[in-house]
Design a binder for this molecule. Structure first.
Ligand code: NAG
Ligand code: NAG
Ligand code: NAG
Ligand code: NAG
Ligand code: NAG
Ligand code: NAG
Length: 935
């Protein structure tokens, strides 16, 4: 654990070239110098640029006042505003057009602690400024036009602790800074000053940091700094000076000096040697000589520093070519040495002699090869003197090769980085790092070092290694597992971006301690990962298999990886794996990954998620499904993801965002990415989503620009925010109307159909009803009134049947029938006769045959009359005798009568079989004898 943390810190260190170190010393010196209140102010001062850059995004039009701070920067002001709250403690009027800071205008703000008037055109500091601001302790007037400055001008500024006068045109007169008894930081850089002497008598007793960089100082005379003799100066910055000489004893007045920065000055080797001598006996701990055009170092260069306790030396950016002898032999206490960005050609056994206490050495780009030069050489045992070295950074270096004893003697080394180096590593064999076998190495960074092969036991001497970084190489081989033999403590192997690695079931069998395995963009295509090579990795927490075009995944691939927290599978062409149509059904390869927190399935061409695909992932916090072709998602697929915070679904084919699918996924989300989907902006599809967006605190980046409707045409290509959810709210009345009109149509249709097919029945019963209610009671005139028992209606052709089968009943049973031919009274017209006889017949019997229905006379009149009687007089007097089977609809059309209108006993069928004729007769008698009352 300790290994990993330090490694991170070093990564920062590497990129910042020790600026961290200087910052730290700077800070500690400031903390020492100030009490609590100014410290708070410092924190605030550090805020200033941040706030400035924020507010510059949206153009500011007036001062912004926040937490007793007024930010009036970048407002083209010609004078300090007078309308600010009088209790402000900090005022920023930088980047304006002020030409003065008159005390009169500042008396309004007597509580000011800090005033930033940088980047204006102020030509002088007025005496009454500090009088108006008695509490002021930080004054920044850098980048102005201040020229003459006298003691009188600062007379009342004794409370100032920070004064920045850099980039002005200072001309100091007399003991300008003598009144500043409490000043801790003074910056007079870039003022064209020709001397470091800012006063003649001892003053600035509290000064800790003095910056004289960027002036025209060519010489530091022996008495130049004597005005600081009683101060407690820690840090002196003398960067970018045209320095030629330093006189003997010049640093003697500031023997407490801790940090000396002389970056960016061209320092001859003689000057460095002289400087070293002058620093002898001082408290110097940190010396920065960056970009000082130091091309050579010799035994003599730093001799003078042997009587110091220097702990940090920065020689980066010097174009240093040669180091003769042992230039660092005087630095017994040195802990960090930076040689970043130099041009060293040869390191020998003697080069680092004397650096026994060195803990960190940064050689990043310290040895380089150009087109015209040969590879630099590092002799065997070059690092042997560095017995205390813990961190060796050799990133982006070039040297002949890792020789047998290159790293011998580094008995404390814990971190070694060779990333992006040209070190002739192509094949790493058991011998390559054998010289590290006595080092407790934790981290080995071989990223981008042109490795193409790992031989068996390549790292077997590194039993304490926890982190092995092999990314961006050209490893092309089948991993049998023997390559990692001996890595008994390894926790991370990174092989991201290699050529064509083939995994076998034993690839990781010897490294069961592995927690992080990065194999993105490195596997050969179409591998058979069954049985799974990851099975031995019981402790695995992070697995990256991204960008491998795996396409084919078995259900058991991740079996047993219960501790897995991060799984990256983006860009793997997995579209078939989750398809229902997949032979054998969808492959539920995430089963059992109960602790998974991050799952990346972006860009896999997936178009469906099976119902059980994401089951049980209750710890999942981040899910990436962007760049697939998902359209319709099943309900409830996200229901188990109770911990989800980040969901990425951008660039899919989603048209709708229904609650049934997304309700649980979006509940506790912090970040949602769903942009660039073809949304269907209708109430059905996105109403719920719009409501959710309106109410949520979730961050939804690009909501205004990249969430665009695809359908319906009315919203095409418009932001979904244009969709009006209110339109959906009014749906309730419309819905009712819809139901109503539907019912109406249905009723009408039903009625129409009913009338079409059953209308006669309705009409019939209606008439009966009307007649009855209007009082046409059945004329119950008794049997006596009827002259005949039945009036027979039949076609002429059926007369024979009547004669044979009905008329005999008159004799047998005593009925009297009326037939047209036989009984009409001569003299009466035929019509009259019909009416009359029907009236006086108790029943009307139709002998129904095809002939009857074709008989026009019959149809025209008799039938009408019969119906008239039935209806008008409510007499249920009709009996049908069907000699032939006649369909009801024909009956209705020809005789206006339906079987359904009659009681069933009044509809008789002439039986084809002889033996049933007696039954027929009986039925006929029943029919003729029945009551005429309509039921
Ligand atoms: C500062 O003054 C303003 C009004 O001028 C007032 O609203 C505010 O409360 C004061 N703040 C403090 C901390 O006194
Ligand atoms: C310095 O600040 C103190 C309060 O901290 C104040 O009383 C004193 O008057 C100030 N001195 C000057 C010279 O303004
Ligand atoms: C400077 O310090 C010395 C010894 O500490 C003391 O004698 C001398 O008076 C101081 N000078 C001033 C101006 O404070
Ligand atoms: C430099 O110093 C080393 C160690 O003290 C010594 O062996 C070597 O001879 C010296 N080289 C020169 C050129 O003085
Ligand atoms: C590896 O670490 C163990 C304890 O963690 C230690 O005893 C051992 O000496 C180390 N190996 C080397 C080569 O330093
Ligand atoms: C958004 O929410 C507010 C308050 O909750 C509500 O007044 C407003 O109508 C909502 N807007 C939409 C478009 O839903």
């Amino acid at each position: 654990m300790h290994c990993v943390g330090l490694y991170c810190f070093l990564n920062i260190l590497r990129t910042t070239h020790f600026s961290l170190e200087s910052l730290r010393s700077h800070n500690s010196e400031m903390v020492g110098a100030m009490d609590m209140a100014p410290l708070l102010l410092l924190v605030c001062l550090l805020d200033f640029p941040v706030q400035g850059s924020c507010s510059s995004v949206q153009k500011k039009v007036a001062c912004e006042v926040k937490c007793l701070t007024a930010d009036c920067s970048h407002l083209n002001l010609k004078a300090v505003p007078s309308d600010l709250p009088t209790n402000i403690t900090r005022l920023d009027v930088s980047h304006n057009r002020l030409i003065a800071l008159p005390g009169a205008s500042l008396t309004l703000y007597p509580r000011l602690l800090s005033l930033d008037a940088s980047f204006n055109s102020i030509t002088r500091l007025e005496a009454n400024l500090c009088l108006a601001l008695p509490l002021l302790w930080a004054l920044d007037v850098q980048h102005n036009e201040v020229h003459l400055l006298t003691e009188k001008d600062l007379l009342d500024c004794s409370n100032l602790t920070h004064l920045n006068l850099s980039s002005n045109r200072l001309k100091l007169q007399g003991e300008t800074f003598r009144p500043l008894q409490r000043l801790t930081v003074l910056d007079v850089s870039a003022n064209g000053l020709t001397s470091a002497q800012l006063g003649s008598s001892p003053q600035l007793l509290s000064l800790k940091t003095l910056c004289l960089s960027g002036n025209a100082i060519k010489t530091i005379k022996s008495k130049d700094l004597s005005y600081l003799s009683n101060s407690s100066l820690h840090t002196l910055k003398l960067s970018s000076l045209p320095l030629k000489t330093v006189e003997a004893g010049c640093f003697q007045p500031i023997r407490g000096l801790h940090t000396l920065v002389m970056d960016g000055s061209k320092l001859s080797i003689q000057l460095i040697a002289k400087l070293s001598q002058e620093l002898s006996g001082t408290g110097i701990r940190s010396l920065s000589l960056r970009n000082a055009k130091l091309v050579t170092l010799t035994n003599a260069t730093f001799t003078g520093l042997q009587n110091t306790n220097l702990t940090s030396l920065d020689l980066s950016g010097n174009g240093l070519v040669s180091m003769y002898g042992s230039p660092f032999q005087w630095f017994g206490t040195l802990e960090t040495l930076s040689l970043v960005e130099n041009n060293l050609k040869h390191l020998t056994r003697g080069t680092f002699a004397g650096l026994g206490n060195l803990r960190v050495m940064n050689l990043t780009r310290a040895l380089v090869k150009t087109r015209h030069t040969s590879y630099p050489i590092i002799d065997d045992f070059s690092f042997e003197p560095l017995a205390g070295l813990e961190t060796l950074l050799m990133d982006r270096t070039a040297f002949v090769g890792v020789t047998a004893n290159l790293f011998s003697g580094l008995t404390s080394l814990r971190h070694l980085s060779l990333s992006w180096s040209k070190a002739g590593l192509q094949a790493v064999s058991i011998a390559t790092f054998a010289s590290l076998s006595r080092s407790p190495l934790c981290t080995l960074d071989l990223t981008g070092t042109d490795i193409s092969r790992l031989d068996p036991g390549a790292f077997s001497s590194l039993g304490n290694l926890t982190t092995l970084l092999l990314g961006y190489n050209f490893i092309t081989q089948s991993l049998t597992g023997d390559e990692f033999r001996g890595l008994a403590s390894v926790e991370e192997i990174n092989m991201y971006h290699n050529r064509k690695i083939v995994l076998t079931p034993t690839s990781f069998a010897l490294v069961p301690t592995l927690r992080t395995l990065m194999l993105g963009l490195s596997l050969a295509q179409n591998q058979d990962l069954d049985p799974s090579p990851f099975k031995p990795l019981r402790n695995l927490s992070t697995l990256d298999l991204s960008n491998n075009n795996i396409a084919n995944v078995q259900e058991g691939l991740l079996d047993g990886l219960e501790g897995l927290r991060v799984l990256r599978l983006q860009h793997n062409n997995l579209q078939r794996v989750w398809k229902n149509a997949n032979p054998g059904g969808p492959v539920l390869f995430l089963n059992g990954l109960r602790n998974l927190e991050t799952l990346d399935l972006d860009s896999n061409g997936m178009d469906e998620i099976p119902a059980e695909g994401l089951r049980g992932l209750s710890q999942l916090r981040e899910l990436g499904l962007a760049g697939n072709v998902l359209d319709h998602l099943r309900d409830s697929i996200f229901n188990d993801l109770a911990s989800l915070r980040v969901l990425r679904l951008q660039k899919n084919l989603l048209t709708s965002v229904p609650r049934a699918v997304f309700g649980s996924a979006l509940r506790n989300l912090s970040v949602l990415h769903m942009e660039r989907n073809p949304f269907d902006c209708t109430c059905d599809s996105i109403l719920w989503f719009m409501e959710w967006l309106n109410a949520t605190n979730t961050s939804v980046p690009l909501l205004d620009s990249e969430y665009v409707c695809n359908t319906p045409p009315a919203y095409f290509n418009q932001s979904i925010s244009r969709f009006q959810p209110l339109a959906c709210m009014d749906m309730t009345p419309f819905h009712a109307l819809y139901v109503l009109s539907c019912s109406l149509v249905l009723i009408i249709v039903t009625t129409a159909l009913l009338f079409r097919f059953q209308g006669w029945r309705i009409q019939f019963y209606w008439s009966v009803l009307v007649n009855r209610t209007l009082g046409f009671a059945e004329p119950d005139l008794g049997q006596a009134r009827f002259e005949y028992d039945a009036y027979l209606i039949y076609a002429a052709g059926d007369g024979k049947w009547v004669e044979r089968h009905l008329l005999p009943l008159e004799e047998d049973r005593g009925y009297t029938f009326c037939t047209e031919d036989r009984d009409f009274v001569p003299g009466n017209t035929r019509l009259e006769s019909i009416v009359e006889t029907m009236r006086s017949s108790r029943k009307i019997v139709f002998i129904v045959t095809e002939k009857l229905m074709r008989d026009p006379w019959c149809r025209r009149y008799q039938v009408h009359q019969a119906m008239h009687q039935v209806i008008e007089e409510s007499r249920d007097s009709v009996v049908l005798v069907l000699l032939e089977d006649v369909p009801d609809h024909r009956l209705a059309r020809a005789l206006l009568i339906r079987k359904g209108m009659l009681k069933s006993r009044c509809v008789l069928h002439w039986p084809p079989q002889k033996e049933r004729i007696p039954t027929f007769r009986h039925q006929l008698q029943v029919a003729l004898g029945s009551s005429n009352t309509v039921p």
